[in-house]
Design a protein. Structure first.
Length: 221
């Protein structure tokens, strides 16, 4: 068998086709054979050489989205001239407004039947996003007087676990009404820490994403 001299191109092609099919057909209704049919003769063995399963392909796609998100978080973290509190508000506003969120919610991955996917999200939240991006901002907020907490590390983890997991309709299959109630509780929690960083525009955007997910899920049934 001839050796693939351009494995990166093969991986890129697989991910590109997978993303398009996940968007068109839904993750659950896309098979490995569907990928083969759209990859111009690439064999099943070639796909499994790079990815062990369809789930691993989805994880790779989401990891790519998370990498882009982390670049945005780093840019806000390192911004000068604004307080820690303002940085935290900017992160929430820009994170929820990013167009790529529409794509992720439209793919509508089933977290219930994909424990590796859920673990990937939890690991990135606790091991990457919280300590590297949110914690430094909270520490800056404490230093500049815009925030106060005796437990900055734990607060950073709590904020992201609530925002990325508990409020995530793709994990708990929340309806628009349930998502609204969770958002209101999150707002009250943040205000309890003196962080009035949630606004009506963020709420409307969050409800929009929830409806995108619910619509995609129904079309996949």
């Amino acid at each position: 068998m001839a050796r693939n001299k351009h494995p990166e191109e093969t991986v890129h092609s697989i991910l590109d086709v997978a993303f398009r099919l996940f968007m068109e057909k839904g993750y659950e209704h896309t098979s490995i054979q569907d990928l083969i049919d759209h990859l111009g003769g690439l064999s099943k063995g070639a796909i499994y050489h790079h990815f062990k399963s369809k789930e691993d392909i989805l994880i790779a796609l989401i990891d790519a989205m998370m990498a882009e998100s982390n670049q945005m978080l780093a840019a806000i973290r390192d911004r000068t001239g604004i307080s820690g509190k303002e940085k935290l508000k900017t992160i929430f506003r820009e994170s929820i407004s990013r167009p790529v969120q529409n794509d992720l919610f439209a793919v509508a991955p089933d977290f219930h039947n994909n424990p590796k996917l859920l673990y990937s999200l939890l690991r990135d939240t606790i091991e990457e996003a919280a300590p590297n991006y949110i914690l430094p901002i909270i520490e800056q907020g404490i230093a500049d007087g815009s925030m106060y907490t005796e437990y900055p590390k734990q607060l950073a983890e709590l904020i992201l676990l609530v925002a990325n997991v508990w409020m995530n309709p793709m994990i708990f299959d929340s309806t628009a009404e349930e998502a609204y109630c969770k958002f209101m509780v999150f707002d009250k929690m943040m205000q309890g820490f003196g962080l009035d960083i949630i606004d009506e525009q963020m709420l409307e955007r969050f409800q929009e994403l929830t409806m995108i997910y619910q619509k995609s899920k129904k079309s996949a049934l």
